[in-house]
Design a protein around this ligand. Structure first.
Ligand SMILES: NC(=O)c1ccc[n+]([C@@H]2O[C@H](COP(=O)([O-])OP(=O)(O)OC[C@H]3O[C@@H](n4cnc5c(N)ncnc54)[C@H](O)[C@@H]3O)[C@@H](O)[C@H]2O)c1
Length: 440
């Protein structure tokens, strides 16, 4: 467990002016300097995160938590294979957060669990790495920002591009004026997802605790086309492609444009490609206007993977003097007005693959995990505090609210709240299963 001796050493460095962010934590525990993490939800992304955390020298994956016993065993075995040390298994996140030998919780369960599990972990004194989107709805996101401050812990969202070196460099260049004032950004995501069909009500598999899987979400009967992964396309648990993948590009656009909350949001789209149980749009555009003569547009195509700029995902920034393209991975190009390429920075790590549903590749993604661990120790500047993660999650949430209500939203540009709109504000929060309500 991360300990006091390490903290004192860091404090000494702080005194010498070396430390960037002073930790306000008091560490108790054994004299082992590893940060012990418990990983929650390990079928796909969580399995990948468990693998990556296990390979960081400063981390021990102490626990694997999943409500699917088959998934939990698979990930325990994988971590043991990588490290020689077998993590403990715990299927109930409420019990996991109470474990004294855990410093941080990593959450890659479905979206309806993100904010409730983060809050439980914060109340128990743990740091949290929560996958994007950090919340299922805007009210939960606001609560997480308040909770991170109240319980004084690091909360990092899985918007990993914040830690990609060339994305950071490109954004710095934008802010330094490489293309003049940037006033518009366009982001896109494209995949070729298949139909999920019409689900049949069937018995819950023996290895799955469906009651705990649902947790905070109001109860619905089990169907055979929901678990795993397809819950993304049902509003009760998921948040659609706008938050599933849009959060990444919207986060980069918001960062590059230097904007926080929009003044106006509109969205169009639908479930166009197939007629099946899928509820969220498979084709969607969201347009945002910001107060400083700035706008951005996100386009999602879940079922047509036609590339733009030779990439299934990416961002283009438009400025007074030129254009910057970030094609989804850790690289960028700069063009003058008129289209002449004047700068190209290529990644030494991995290219973007929009169809990879686990992530960008371990070499790149692990930089974000290392930043989280280093931020816990106060060794580095935290690249993705939850206050920023919340803003980048709120934007696609507003897009979905505009889509679902079918009309433009007008927002308070100081906090993103929707103005004078009862129908839209009904979607600001959610109904919880009785007994699972979130309380700060
Ligand atoms: N940052 C990224 O690039 C990135 C990439 C992929 C996925 N994600 C995010 O990761 C999350 C998981 O996505 P996925 O594709 O792995 O989903 P998935 O459905 O394949 O896996 C979710 C796992 O969580 C488990 N689970 C559900 N409720 C649980 C609970 N209460 N406690 C413990 N385990 C629980 C399920 O049994 C399953 O094993 C999503 O929120 C997704 O948006 C992020």
């Amino acid at each position: 467990m991360y300990n006091r001796r390490h903290f004192i050493r860091q404090s000494a460095l702080a005194g010498a002016g070396v430390l960037l962010t002073a930790p306000a934590f008091s560490w108790k525990g054994s004299f082992n300097e590893k940060v012990v993490v418990g990983v929650v939800g390990t079928n796909s992304r969580g399995h990948y995160l468990a693998r990556m955390f296990a390979q960081l020298p400063s981390v021990e994956v102490g626990y694997i938590c999943d409500v699917d016993a088959t998934v939990m065993s698979k990930t325990i075995a994988e971590v043991e294979k990588l490290t020689g040390k077998r993590p403990k298994g715990e299927n109930d996140v409420r019990k996991l957060v109470e474990q004294k030998d855990v410093d941080a919780i990593v959450i890659a369960a479905p979206d309806h669990w993100h904010a409730p599990a983060t809050l439980m972990a914060l109340k128990a004194g743990k740091h949290v790495y929560v996958e994007k989107p950090c919340s299922h709805n805007p009210a939960e996101g606001e609560m997480l920002v308040a909770a991170a401050a109240k319980y004084n812990r690091i909360v990092q969202m899985g918007n990993q591009r914040r830690s990609f070196p060339r994305v950071m460099e490109g954004i710095h260049e934008l802010h330094q004026g490489i293309i003049g004032r940037v006033y518009f950004a366009k982001g896109w995501y494209a995949n070729a997802r298949k139909s999920i069909g019409i689900g049949k009500a069937t018995a819950v598999p023996m290895h799955l605790d469906y009651e705990l899987w649902q947790g905070p979400a109001p109860r619905k009967p089990y169907k055979d086309n929901l678990i795993h992964y397809n819950w993304h396309w049902f509003w009760n648990w998921g948040t659609g492609e706008a938050l599933n993948n849009g959060t990444h590009e919207i986060d980069v656009m918001r960062w590059g444009l230097g904007v926080e909350y929009p003044s106006k949001v509109i969205s169009a789209g639908g479930r166009f490609a197939f007629q099946d149980d899928w509820e969220t749009p498979d084709t969607q555009t969201i347009t945002y206007e910001f107060p400083n003569n700035t706008a951005m547009l996100w386009e999602g195509r879940s079922c047509n993977d036609f590339d733009e700029m030779k990439s299934g995902r990416g961002v283009i920034f438009y400025g007074e003097k030129g254009t910057m393209v970030m094609p989804g991975g850790d690289d960028y190009k700069v063009y003058e007005l008129g289209g002449k390429l004047v700068k190209e920075v290529k990644t030494a790590l991995q290219q973007a693959d929009a169809t990879n549903t686990m992530g960008m590749g371990e070499k790149l993604d692990s930089l974000h995990l290392q930043n989280f661990v280093d931020a816990i120790g106060g060794k580095t500047k935290h690249t993705s505090p939850i206050s920023e993660g919340h803003k980048s999650t709120l934007l696609p949430q507003l897009g979905n609210i505009a889509y679902r209500t079918g009309h433009a939203l007008y927002c308070d540009t100081t906090n993103g709240r929707i103005k004078n709109d009862k129908e839209a504000n009904a979607l600001w929060s959610r109904t919880y299963e009785k007994g699972w309500e979130m309380k700060l």
